[in-house]
Ligand binder design. Structure first.
Ligand SMILES: [Zn+2]
Length: 228
């Protein structure tokens, strides 16, 4: 078995979505403090973190899109372990829209078909190009509404992308979220290392969320598993 880690490293003040709370990660108790408070038997360390439920590599719960959508603690775990393929979209310019024709051409290039009830990961090269510079938060290409509809028509449960938002920044990105709600799919944001999946065939995707009560999303440890 070979595992490709598709998750961003979380660390103090790592980039979070513009306008959302920062990712805070600190030491709550050092080994030395633990040693003293535990009666000088043995000292353990404890860290703490604070972050938005859309921090780092994460999945959007349907609740994020609309008040009627299921929150992350009710999101079916069957949709979190699914077959997947990755599309090479690195030729799409920053801030440009990815269209249905772009997706169709990229699928044809893989020689694969989109797995039913599976996922499609979109490698735009945005993470590799910009992380962790300011442009990471703004300059991504992304699917337009028609491309999102096309993906939903292929019978996927979600798609993922290597940027903070599925569409290009602005109105189109918001409408992509609206259409995800209407067509009952969702997406994962801030994936990375998707380049390692290109040309590698189908894989098992695993991205389990935390069981946050009424959460609008959750960080996931996203991985691609290759059996051979
Ligand atoms: Zn989103």
């Amino acid at each position: 078995m070979r595992i490709v880690d598709l998750s961003r490293e979380l660390y103090h003040r790592s980039p979070s979505y513009p306008g959302q709370p920062p990712i805070i990660h600190g030491v709550w108790q050092t080994h030395e403090e633990g040693f003293v408070s535990a009666g000088s038997v043995w000292g353990c360390t404890v860290n703490y973190f604070s972050m938005p439920d859309h921090g780092g590599t994460h999945i959007d719960a349907p609740r994020h899109f609309h008040e009627t959508g299921v929150p992350i603690d009710k999101y079916p775990l069957e949709k979190c372990i699914v077959r997947g393929i990755c599309l090479d979209l690195r030729h799409i310019a920053p801030r440009a829209e990815i269209t249905p024709a772009d997706l169709q051409a990229a699928v044809a290039k893989t020689g694969l078909s989109i797995p039913k009830n599976g996922t499609v990961l979109l490698c735009t090269g945005h993470h590799a190009r910009t992380f962790p510079k300011a442009a990471y938060a703004t300059d991504n290409p992304g699917v337009n509404v028609a491309a999102t509809e096309w993906l939903a028509q292929q019978g996927i449960v979600h798609f993922g992308i290597d940027s903070m938002r599925p569409g290009p920044e602005g109105r189109e990105n918001l409408l992509v979220h609206k259409v995800c709600h209407e067509l009952d799919i969702t997406h994962m944001e801030s994936l990375c290392n998707l380049e390692e999946l290109i040309g590698q065939g189908e894989f098992q995707f695993i991205g389990l969320p935390l069981k946050w009560r009424e959460g609008s999303g959750s960080p996931i440890r996203a991985v691609a598993v290759f059996e051979n």
